[in-house]
Design a protein around this ligand. Structure first.
Ligand code: FAD
Length: 625
């Protein structure tokens, strides 16, 4: 045993580079190849692996500092390495990409100039045999996985995409977002036709051909999934079908078609998604379904109970109610769609109460027994216990992340008891060469979040400086009416004491909404009381999901109420309700009476958001963030 200095190897054409992360601490037991620090040049980020095995005595590299070739990263007590200098393991070869240095006259040249770092070929861990290698392995081909694979391939990486299902697209395309929206469209047509009866247009009762409806829904999915396969081929992304499991920090074993092959990777992006949560007391019975079963449309039950009043449960309820089932929805909390502001949910709840058999809030399901005449479900609420029998039960109580099902412990990748993998803003796990995205990292389980995270992970793996720094992620329930919200909610603002002012516009005053035969919706926007910047917003009504994107953009761009009020919105559209909600905030909306005095913008000269200009008639301009 001896004291060994672990130093920075030759970095090619870079003198000093930034230390973006220090990956070891005093007392750590490290091995040859353990990553020590992450360095960043203007071309790439790279990890420097250890060249010796031992215990860390001292860490000299400091996060945020700089280091040059030969600089000591750490001092360890250990076994002397066979070769003294550590080799960099860049994400992309910075030296290869860097411009060649200008020629230097022979007399001025140093005696023995160091050779530039070769293109990295990480030494293989001797303890893990493998069948083949790839530069980037993406585990899971949902919206997170395929987006990451495509982005990385576009950036020139050799990509292998491992998926256990025979088709790409994951939950979203196959059993989630897309098939549910196809069926919700059918439900919308059925409901709108029925509603028009009161306005003089009657078609009679709909004739529903379930197999044909199913075929259409499957056709939509097939078209999209087929498109993904073609895009993967065009990008030369290698697709491997099988179940993947980590067997070491650099190797995943893929089992499929009766064989297992071990694939070694330089980088990995974990995108293995989530599964529906099962309730332990619910019997294994074909009349009990989850969202995947519900999308298979295996008949329309007479009485259907949906357990869970969240977005997925309510969307499925919308479909089955339109197809003719008598709906009951049971929700544990005191509100449908927990997470949304209660006022946004109220118009939906009112409509559902008029159409559904029962909506049970603050009610717990405590048991379920399969009987020949139906599923007997036990309920418990403040008034006591009761049992009711249904023809079918749809369980939609949430989804659990797949982080505990893919052998992460073997690779020493951190994961919570709930299967969630912690990541930093570059989507890196505790192992710098392994990234995680989508449903199995913190945050809402939504496809658009997964896709944005995917691009960041792929770009960082390819050596780019990317960060996931979205200010907000919109939420949409495609119910009837739709409910959508983004950014600050009033519930959270009140809970956290965040100051805000509100502008709210009723859709009863929107010509477009009335022309759609609907008047129950509204749009509300929350603004910073000082700068008038948009902090959050939501709307309830037909097509609310299309409108919320404007609020998201306003928040990302630091737009103010004035920006929204002065932007010419097309007439007659529901988008005008955003403009009018901003006008309400200023107290002068055209199509509704102002309750408050008109508000002028006065920026305090010493405001921390400073530099704002007083504009009453004009657009407010603030310095960018
Ligand atoms: C009914 C329903 C409706 C939804 N509607 C919407 C919506 O309207 N909008 C929205 O934003 N979100 C919606 N979602 C959520 C959305 O589907 C998910 O957030 C999204 O699919 C997550 O993407 P992902 O890439 O993280 O994971 P997933 O889509 O779950 O993909 C993970 C993939 O990994 C594969 N996989 C898992 N383990 C392994 C393994 N060991 N080996 C190989 N492959 C593996 C899986 O087979 C799957 O293909 C809905 C979900 C459901 C269920």
């Amino acid at each position: 045993m001896s004291k060994i200095d672990l130093t920075v190897p030759d970095l090619g054409n870079f003198d000093e580079v930034a230390i973006v992360d220090v990956l070891i601490k005093v007392g750590d037991k490290i091995d040859v190849e353990t990553p020590l620090v992450t360095l960043e040049t203007d071309k790439a980020t790279m990890d420097v692996p250890s060249t010796a095995k031992g215990t860390v005595l001292e860490v000299l590299a400091q996060k945020g500092g700089k280091i040059a070739k030969g600089g000591v990263i750490a001092r360890i007590e250990g076994e002397a390495p066979a070769a003294a200098a550590a080799k960099p393991a860049p994400a992309a070869a910075p030296a290869a990409k860097a411009p060649a240095p200008a020629p230097v006259p022979a007399a001025q040249r140093p005696a023995a100039p160091p050779a530039p770092a070769p293109k990295p070929a990480k030494p293989l861990r001797p303890d893990v045999p493998h069948d083949r290698e790839t530069q980037l392995l993406v585990l899971g081909a949902g919206p997170g996985g395929y987006t990451a694979a495509f982005r990385a391939a576009d950036l020139g990486m050799k990509v292998t995409l491992v998926e256990r299902w025979p088709m790409l697209g994951g939950v979203c395309l196959n059993v989630g977002c897309i098939p549910s929206k196809a069926l919700l469209h059918a439900a919308k047509v059925i409901d709108e036709v029925a509603d028009m009866r009161a306005h003089g247009v009657a078609f009679g009762a709909p004739s529903i051909d379930l197999p044909k409806l199913l075929e259409w829904k499957n056709g939509v999915v097939k078209k999209l999934v087929g498109g993904l396969s073609a895009l993967a081929k065009q990008r030369k992304v290698e697709v491997v079908t099988g179940v993947g499991k980590f067997v070491s920090p650099h190797v995943i074993a893929v089992t499929g078609a009766g064989k297992t092959e071990k694939i070694r990777f330089e980088h990995c992006i974990i995108a293995a998604g989530s599964e529906p949560i099962k309730l332990p007391f619910i019997p294994d019975d074909p009349r009990v379904i989850d969202s995947t079963g519900a999308l298979e449309l295996g008949g329309v039950p007479r009485r259907l109970l949906v357990i869970g009043g969240g977005i997925i449960g309510l969307e499925m309820a919308t479909v089955y109610a339109a197809l003719g089932a008598q709906l009951s929805v049971v929700e544990l909390t005191g509100q449908l769609m927990p997470g949304a502001d209660p006022d946004l949910v109220r118009p939906l709840e009112k409509r559902l109460k008029a159409r559904y058999e029962q909506i049970l809030l603050n009610t717990k399901v405590t048991g379920c027994t399969a009987r020949p005449d139906g599923l007997a479900v036990d309920f418990e609420d403040a008034s006591g216990k009761r049992t009711d029998t249904f023809d079918r039960v749809l369980v939609a109580v949430g989804r659990s992340a797949n982080g505990k099902r893919i052998g992460l412990e073997t690779a020493e990748i951190d994961v919570s008891d709930r299967g969630i993998i912690p990541v930093d803003k570059q989507m890196r796990t505790n192992l710098p060469h392994v990234f995680a995205i989508g449903d199995l990292v913190p945050g809402p389980m939504l496809a658009h979040k997964a896709m944005h995270e995917a691009k960041v992970a792929a770009e960082v793996a390819a050596g780019e400086k990317s960060y996931f720094d979205a200010r907000v992620i919109p939420s949409v329930a495609y119910t009837d009416p739709e409910v959508a919200w983004v950014g600050l909610t009033e519930t959270d603002a009140k809970k956290n004491g965040t100051p805000y002012k509100k502008g709210q516009f009723p859709w009863a005053a929107s010509g477009r909404s009335l022309a759609l035969g609907r008047d129950e919706g509204f749009t509300k926007l929350l603004f910073d009381p000082v700068t008038h910047r948009v902090l959050g917003g939501g709307m309830v009504g037909p097509n609310a999901g299309e409108l919320v994107a404007e609020v998201a953009l306003a928040i990302e761009m630091g737009a103010t109420a004035k920006d929204l009020a002065l932007t010419v919105h097309p007439h007659p559209t529901l988008s005008e309700t955003l403009m009018e909600a901003a006008e309400v905030f200023y107290g002068h909306a055209t199509h509704t009476m102002a309750k408050k005095k008109a508000r002028a913008y006065i920026a305090p000269p010493d405001s921390p958001r400073g530099g704002a200009v007083l504009t009453f008639a004009g657009r407010l301009r603030l310095p960018s963030r």
